[in-house]
Design a protein around this ligand. Structure first.
Ligand SMILES: Nc1ncnc2c1ncn2[C@@H]1O[C@H](COP(=O)(O)OP(=O)(O)O)[C@@H](O)[C@H]1O
Ligand SMILES: [Mg+2]
Length: 305
């Protein structure tokens, strides 16, 4: 029986759904935290040790969480993901894809560089540069959003509508990530979340916010969206995932008052509980089917050949 490790500190609802989905493929699951993984370089070919795998490597690794910590701890945790891939263990999403999307500056750079519509964004360590951006944008009648570089679930976002709103850089670990605020067209605060697996948009929802921050964890509500009626949402979300080379991702998009659709951010470790509540097919099953078909089965075939 194949064995897959789901890397997470809180298996919870997502872990239970993934376990059920893997079981249908006859794949056994173990949960482990990246905090408990280590290097032991005296073991040729299996120098990365995961909890419960002292003498062998798992057949695959599904990443559901990279715990925060000191810079050294986070780098070590990412090293583990990179090393597993080097040792031939499929990692879903892989370490590079997670790095590109956990870091909002890199995500914005890759999107803009690939010509994907995304709001104008500035990232700097300089308080003076950040203040100059705020001054120019406010003077031009626009607003900005300041975000933690490694943020998620709508935590720590700040809307900057006046010059005095710029917080001290120290509140954001010394990095100013400033994105032009996009006023959504069509009334109310809302945006879209599109879930893409292996380059194909498989589910989508419209999120209606209690405030301008629409995350489900911030009280946003979900409404189903039929992607066949929203070809532009589908195309843009898929293009964003292609540019960032994701196995799968949750893509946040917003349409401005002129009808222009833009990608706000791309999540390489997205939650899908809210989206599942308005989606008939099991998202966990679609993810696991893709992981097993494209990574586990092909690997098994290679080792037979
Ligand atoms: N540039 C923006 N213009 C308008 N709303 C935004 C902008 N950036 C973020 N938001 C709102 O805040 C939410 C969270 O922002 P996001 O960049 O997705 O960060 P997180 O990683 O915390 O989800 C978005 O879903 C959207 O509702
Ligand atoms: Mg988001």
């Amino acid at each position: 029986m194949s064995e897959v490790v789901i890397l997470t500190d809180e298996p919870g609802w997502h872990g239970a759904r993934l376990r059920e989905a893997f079981l249908l493929h006859g794949v056994d699951i173990r949960f482990a935290s990246l905090r408990d993984c280590r290097f032991d370089l005296h073991r040729p070919g299996r120098s990365v040790v995961l909890p419960g795998f002292e003498d062998r490597l798992p057949d695959g690794v599904f990443v559901r969480g990279v715990p925060g910590g000191t810079l050294e701890q986070v780098v070590l945790r990412l090293d583990v993901l990179h090393a597993l891939k080097v040792l031939g263990v499929p990692v879903y999403n892989d370490g590079r894809a997670i790095e590109r999307t956990v870091d909002k500056a890199m995500t914005s750079f890759v999107l803009a560089n690939a010509g994907i519509p995304t709001p104008a964004t500035w990232v700097t360590e300089s308080q003076g540069e950040a203040a100059a951006v705020v001054r120019a944008e406010i003077t031009a009648g626009r607003e900005l959003v300041m975000k933690p570089l490694f943020g998620s679930q709508g935590v720590g976002l700040r809307r900057i509508s006046a010059f005095g709103d710029l917080p001290p850089g120290a509140d954001y670990d010394g990095v100013y990530y400033l994105q032009r605020y996009v006023e959504p067209g069509g009334g109310g605060w809302h945006d879209w979340r599109v879930f893409v697996i292996d380059g194909v948009a498989v589910a989508a929802m419209k999120r209606q916010g209690k405030s301008w921050i629409t995350n489900v964890s911030q009280g946003g509500t979900c409404a189903p969206v039929d992607l066949s009626e929203h070809e532009d949402l589908r195309a843009l979300a898929q293009n964003a995932c292609c540019a960032l080379q994701m196995d799968y991702a949750g893509v946040d998009l917003i349409r401005d008052r002129d009808g222009r659709l833009q990608v706000i951010e791309v999540n390489g470790i997205p939650a899908w509980k809210g989206l599942q509540s308005v989606t008939r097919d099991s998202i966990a099953q679609m993810l696991v089917n893709d992981f097993v078909d494209r990574h586990l089965r092909r690997r098994a075939l290679h080792s037979v050949a």
